[in-house]
Design a protein. Structure first.
Length: 115
């Protein structure tokens, strides 16, 4: 048994019958739960899935304007702090946004935080 799951292999043929270590895709409901638990905030305005740079992301938008982006396996990939327009309870349109926006310099730093 591995830390993230089990792998079942046919003892005679070596064929992998089940690989529980492969990440499973999460639902929108699970994305909302992960983001809500992480921020300790249950006031969710919208949960949807967007495409950013060719990859699907779950987007969880909170009533205070915080936005959490998660990949399809539930890993938080980016958090945007409150937007003044959302924080002031102004209208929000989900159609036009395509994902997190940050400069190339910020993106470069974000990608190498774990180094």
């Amino acid at each position: 048994m591995f830390q993230n799951g089990s792998v079942y292999v046919d003892a005679q043929t070596g064929e992998v019958l089940f690989n529980g270590t492969v990440p499973q895709e999460i639902t929108a409901e699970k994305a909302a739960q992960i983001a809500s638990d992480y921020l300790q905030n249950k006031d969710i305005l919208l949960v949807d899935q967007i495409t950013f740079r060719g990859a699907p992301l779950n987007r969880v938008i909170f009533k205070n304007g915080m936005i959490v982006y998660l990949d399809t396996t539930g890993q938080i990939t980016y958090i945007l702090k409150s937007s003044p327009k959302l924080a002031d309870n102004q209208s929000f349109e989900s159609g036009g946004s395509s994902g997190p926006s940050y400069s190339e310099h910020e993106e470069h730093e974000h990608e190498h935080e774990d180094d």
